[in-house]
Design a protein around this ligand. Structure first.
Ligand SMILES: NC(=O)c1ccc[n+]([C@@H]2O[C@H](COP(=O)([O-])OP(=O)(O)OC[C@H]3O[C@@H](n4cnc5c(N)ncnc54)[C@H](OP(=O)(O)O)[C@@H]3O)[C@@H](O)[C@H]2O)c1
Length: 289
């Protein structure tokens, strides 16, 4: 993996998180592309990566193309990459038209396409690129920015298990990775994709309630942030289930029990489930399903 070349098409927040993780893990040679030269200059200075404003030229040079633009920018990007990857089959064969036309962007072996765009299906990418592109789709989340992402990956029709291994190596640079079928990606989006916002919203509510109870705003904020961080770290490190850890801190007749009783009576678990169903429904709508 370390000798592979990777092009990031779109050098925004998620691309930067992955680039930072890959550089730290000394994995692969990286080229970043973007429509904004100032953004590329930033990344070049910060990470020493190669940069280009030409997606097709960058894509033609690499083993792995990471699609890291917004979903609404995807069709334009795929149209621009078609000449590079679209006519190359998963076995690295071509229909001959590029060789015949002497297309400078033509590349003999087929690059792996890794898409991080929410709601863009592998079949849509395959269709818009044409040919038999090897596509792996992932749903990471924003804690990737601090190396703590939870990502699910799934493969399209022409990708192989080795392609999943490659995608997993890239995404492991910024967190954990699970493998799933694409049919579960809406549920993944509802759980871990949108999940950080659920926790942020809870932190907001805890801060507001702390202030209402008389704490200075800064004190409420620091305590809430560290409580969310500490609870997450304990949950991840202890190997115990959330239920076990909850029971450990809930003494009969104590303060935590009084708080949880209100949550249970008011249907907290049902609110979380309804919210996640709404997110999964929206994810299906956005991906045209
Ligand atoms: N952020 C999340 O929580 C999260 C989680 C999971 C997945 N994702 C997915 O990750 C992807 C990237 O998200 P992000 O937050 O990193 O977005 P972002 O910060 O907007 O990054 C996208 C970058 O691509 C540039 N761009 C636009 N058109 C381009 C083109 N034709 N060629 C090359 N670059 C182009 C954009 O420039 P302009 O700003 O000028 O358009 C921007 O710099 C999205 O598809 C999103 O669904 C995000």
């Amino acid at each position: 993996m370390s000798e592979k070349t990777i092009a990031f098409i779109g050098a925004g927040n998620m691309a930067e998180a992955l680039i930072r993780g890959l550089i730290a893990a000394k994995t692969g040679h990286i080229i970043a592309t973007d429509v904004r030269p100032d953004r590329l200059e930033q990344l070049r200075k910060a990470y020493g990566v190669e940069t280009s404003t030409d997606n097709a030229v960058a894509a033609a040079k690499v083993d792995i193309i990471v699609l890291a633009v917004k979903p609404q920018q995807m069709s334009a990007v795929l149209a621009g990459l078609k000449s590079v990857v679209g006519r190359v089959t998963s076995r690295g064969e071509t229909d001959g038209s590029h060789a015949a036309s002497g297309d400078a962007a033509y590349k003999k072996s087929s690059p792996l396409i890794l898409s991080i765009a929410a709601g863009v299906t592998t079949s849509r990418i395959e269709r818009e690129l044409g040919g038999e592109p090897r596509v792996v789709r992932t749903m990471p989340n924003t804690p990737a920015l601090v190396g703590a992402s939870a990502a699910a990956i799934c493969k399209g029709r022409f990708a192989t298990d080795a392609d999943l291994d490659t995608a997993e190596t890239i995404l492991k640079a910024v967190g954990i990775v699970v493998r799933t079928d694409e049919q579960h990606l809406d549920a993944v989006t509802a759980l871990s994709g949108s999940g950080p916002a659920y926790i942020f919203y809870m932190a907001e509510a805890m801060i507001a309630a702390g202030i209402e109870a008389g704490l200075p705003a800064e004190v409420a904020k620091r305590l809430a942030v560290q409580t969310v961080f500490g609870a997450g770290a304990l949950l991840a490190a202890s190997g115990e289930s959330p239920e076990e850890l909850r029971k450990k801190v809930t003494s009969p007749g104590g303060t935590t029990e009084a708080a949880l009783k209100v949550k249970i009576e008011r249907g907290f678990a049902k609110i979380v489930a309804d919210a996640m169903h709404a997110a999964a429904r929206r994810s299906r709508e956005l991906s045209g399903g």
